[in-house]
Design a protein around this ligand. Structure first.
Ligand SMILES: Nc1ncnc2c1ncn2[C@@H]1O[C@H](COP(=O)(O)OP(=O)(O)OP(=O)(O)O)[C@@H](O)[C@H]1O
Length: 571
């Protein structure tokens, strides 16, 4: 039996040391040797306090107390020890025993678990607090986890997604989780619409790899609907500001072609004088840009720049807007009267766009301003002196209009002091590349893109086009091309260009008006819808050249402006 006990004592992992009542070591098993680094041969028969420093067995012998689960360091390891007295049948202490075990691994494990728990809580906090919507799917593409931001953004609840295929949240576009699972590669900047509210998002996803094995995919959705809304609002605000101030200078006029360079030189010279300038050129050639630049280079640059589109206002409205009116001048006139554009532009510049469109009666009044440098408000008699530089612009053949008696000859000569001809784009196709680069830069800023160039083939396509809408049309084409590009593409290719061919019978406006809607709208609404579409298509066809569009539609340019305003068609 003693032999068996010895085997047990030496095969256990627990270290065991026993002493007699004098503290002499009587048992020192193999595990005790291993844990303390002391040989049993050395220890046995010696007083325990000589063999092991700080032993508490002597204390146990003295007090007869038990000490259970005491943790302590033993060299580099951590042990847990139970110590107890050995008593004879009468209760006398005849020795003491210490049983101890190495718990270093257990403690390290416990620490690791604590650390892991901390990391997990940290990750959970981030997962719950982040504004970005996160969703996780397993390797089969089944939803396993979504955060509150995801629920808020998509309008889907956890139960709509967890355990369901990754495609369940997609309203428009492809599931990027599935793409990640197929390719094991991250996907970035995918534009999608998600959830029942079809929220516009930019999505990215990455594979979850554990030890080289695909375990699933984690996706993040960024809500861009707000950004899109704000961008549109910003665009509108910019448009309003553009109307209120002259923001362009000569540095903004792009062009190396001889014709445009000579126009710029002429305009620069004119800017130094107070002379009336008339800008002649087709729609979209940059007349307004020139008007701004002249104002900004003149000594009136700190005065107001007021732009008036003479074709966009009816005859009576144009007069009261230009010259202002006195109280009671007409029904609906404001109390106290109102200052007109000429008065607002005092000491600054007035830009009279589409001057060829004004009526003979307004021409007479304008002539008076040019001759006398004074205006009389509508309904008033008192002349008011004004100091305004006039820049006029037209697309019309004014000489012909004079011949036909539609434009007063004396006014023509008054306006035609410094005529500046701005060439159409088709006569300066060598500028297309520079203008394209300029618009790429502009749209990169507006859309947050990083497009760098246009391919030779695409540029050639642009060179072949006739550009009825001139630079404005080119600007639109570049803007639409960039919208057609994926986020990882940075060169405009032929495939990105929108349709710029002349119209064909296949895309004749109107034949694709949604028939389904007929049931839900009135005849008036249907006609308005059709009219809007028809005008938009014609404007597109002529690159937003209003004169050509109005002619093609068989309406006056004023009527075109009126309808564009009515249907909120961009100018
Ligand atoms: N040379 C140029 N360099 C850079 N941008 C230009 C140039 N010419 C025109 N643009 C741009 O083209 C667009 C149309 O120009 P603008 O409004 O000045 O033309 P416009 O001749 O006044 O047209 P409309 O007669 O239809 O009013 C603007 O966005 C303008 O910034």
């Amino acid at each position: 039996m003693r032999r068996e006990l010895e085997v047990i004592l030496n095969s256990t992992h627990d270290g065991m040391i026993a002493v007699d009542k004098k503290g002499i070591i009587t048992l020192f098993n193999k595990a005790a040797e291993r844990l303390t680094g002391i040989k049993a041969n050395y220890a046995l028969g010696k007083p325990v306090k000589e063999v092991i420093i700080n032993t508490r067995l002597m204390y146990i012998l003295e007090t007869g107390d038990f000490e259970l689960n005491r943790q302590q360091d033993l060299g580099n390891i951590k042990i847990i020890t139970n110590r107890m007295p050995v008593k004879d049948k009468d209760g006398n202490i005849i020795g003491a025993v210490a049983v101890f075990r190495d718990i270093t691994d257990v403690i390290e494990l416990a620490e690791e678990i604590t650390n892991l728990k901390e990391v997990q809580s940290l990750l959970e906090a981030i997962f719950h607090a982040t504004q970005d919507a996160i969703s996780v799917v397993d390797c089969k593409g089944m939803g396993v986890l979504v955060n509150p931001a995801y629920v808020k953004l998509t309008g889907l609840r956890e139960k709509d997604v967890i355990g369901k295929p990754a495609t369940v949240d997609i309203a428009e576009g492809e599931s990027i989780h599935m793409k990640v699972l197929e390719t094991k590669k991250p996907v970035k900047n995918a534009r999608l619409k998600v959830g029942p509210n079809r929220k516009e998002v930019i999505a990215e996803a990455a594979p979850i790899m554990v030890d080289g094995e695909l375990r699933g995919s984690v996706g993040v959705l960024h809500d861009v609907s707000e950004i899109i809304k704000l961008t549109n609002e910003l665009k509108e605000a910019k448009e309003i500001i553009r109307k209120l101030e002259a923001k362009y200078t000569f540095d903004d006029i792009v062009g190396n072609n001889e014709l445009i360079r000579s126009a710029i030189e002429r305009a620069k010279k004119a800017a130094e004088t107070p002379a009336t300038v008339i800008l002649r050129g087709e729609s979209g050639t940059g007349k307004e840009l020139f008007a701004h630049a002249i104002h900004n280079a003149s000594d009136r640059r700190f005065g107001q720049f007021v732009r008036v589109n003479c074709a966009a206002l009816s005859e009576s409205l144009l007069e009261s807007e230009l010259f202002g009116y006195e109280e009671g001048a007409f029904t609906g006139a404001k109390k106290g009267g109102k200052k007109g554009y000429f008065e607002q532009a005092n000491n600054g510049t007035i830009f009279l766009d589409e001057i060829g469109e004004i009526s003979i009666s307004t021409q007479v009044k304008l002539l008076r301003v040019l001759q006398e440098r004074e205006i009389v408000r509508v309904g008033g008699t008192k002349p008011i002196s004004i100091n305004v530089r006039i820049i006029a612009a037209t697309n019309m053949d004014l000489e012909q209009a004079v011949k036909e008696g539609k434009f007063r000859e004396d006014l023509y000569y008054r306006l035609n002091v410094v005529p500046i001809n701005i060439p159409p784009l088709r006569k300066r196709k060598d500028d297309i590349y520079y203008l394209t680069l300029n618009f790429i830069k502009k749209f990169n800023q507006e859309y947050g893109r990083s497009v760098i160039d246009i391919s030779d083939i695409a540029l050639e396509r642009l060179r072949q086009h006739d550009w009825p809408g001139n630079v404005r049309e080119l600007e639109n084409v570049i803007g639409r091309s960039i919208i057609n590009m994926k986020h990882n593409e940075n060169i405009i290719q032929e495939k990105h260009l929108p349709q710029i061919e002349p119209f064909t019978s296949q895309n004749t406006p109107n034949n694709d008006i949604d028939k389904k809607q007929v049931e839900n709208i009135t005849l008036d609404e249907y006609i308005s819808k059709a009219e809007k579409r028809f005008i938009e298509d014609a404007l597109n066809k002529y690159g937003y050249n209003k004169t050509m569009t109005a002619k093609a539609l068989g309406i006056s340019i004023r009527s075109l402006y009126y309808k564009m305003d009515k249907y909120k068609i961009r100018k």
